[in-house]
Design a binder for this molecule. Sequence first.
Ligand code: G3P
Ligand code: MG
Length: 249
Amino acid sequence: MTHRPEFPLPAVLAHRCGGRLAPENTLAGLAATAETGCGGVEFDVMLSGSGSPVLIHDETLERTTDGLGRVAHTPDDVLFALDAGTWFDPRFAGEPVPCLDLAAARCQALGLAVNLEIKPSHGTDTETAERVVRRARMLWAAAPASVLLSSFSERALEVAASVAPALRRGLLVGAVPADWLARCRRLRAAALHVDYRHLDADRIAAVREAGLWVVTYTVNDPERAARLFEWGVDCVITDRPDVIRPPSP
Ligand code: G3P
Ligand code: MG
């Protein structure tokens, strides 16, 4: 078996900053996750119309903010004035779309490790990865092991490998493609991030035997998470950081 270093992040990460506890991809989510005792988060990073890395999932603003139109066409002064909290609950009214710098600082203050998902808007894979990864390299210069980059975009991961080889990368997939190992090798990825519905004990064993970490999303049922840990997954991304627990040592 290929040597497999220990997974450097906590075994449970809150999805989109705070899962179901707070509006997605917000600083409020980071605080809510830290309060549960969960030690890390996953979040999505895209470029604003000003070219700034910001935390947001969709390419358009309508679902998670009170704005309209495309993130990539929205300059920072407009984007950062939007309300990204009320759609989730009026208690979070005024919660902003955070820039990556602010989110990184808050994670470091709260002691949260990060799986940073590079989420390029359509056709911007190279530029998004260049800007986001350069920024991440600077923001986590003192603790590069506490951030794991991931993306569905292989182009983004290729760029990440060249911009910041010291930051580890995971290839994100839904189902596992037949040539998963060749893809991971080409990208020098340390992890494969898979939708849990496409994982079973054999698949997990094969990925582990290749020396890769297995990260899975989005697991919200504690019994399912326990089974996935028994099968050997290294990390579960969840909307329920309040109930999903790492396996006991
Ligand atoms: O990184 C795991 C998960 O976040 C990928 O899907 O759509 O929630 O970003 P999505
Ligand atoms: Mg994501």
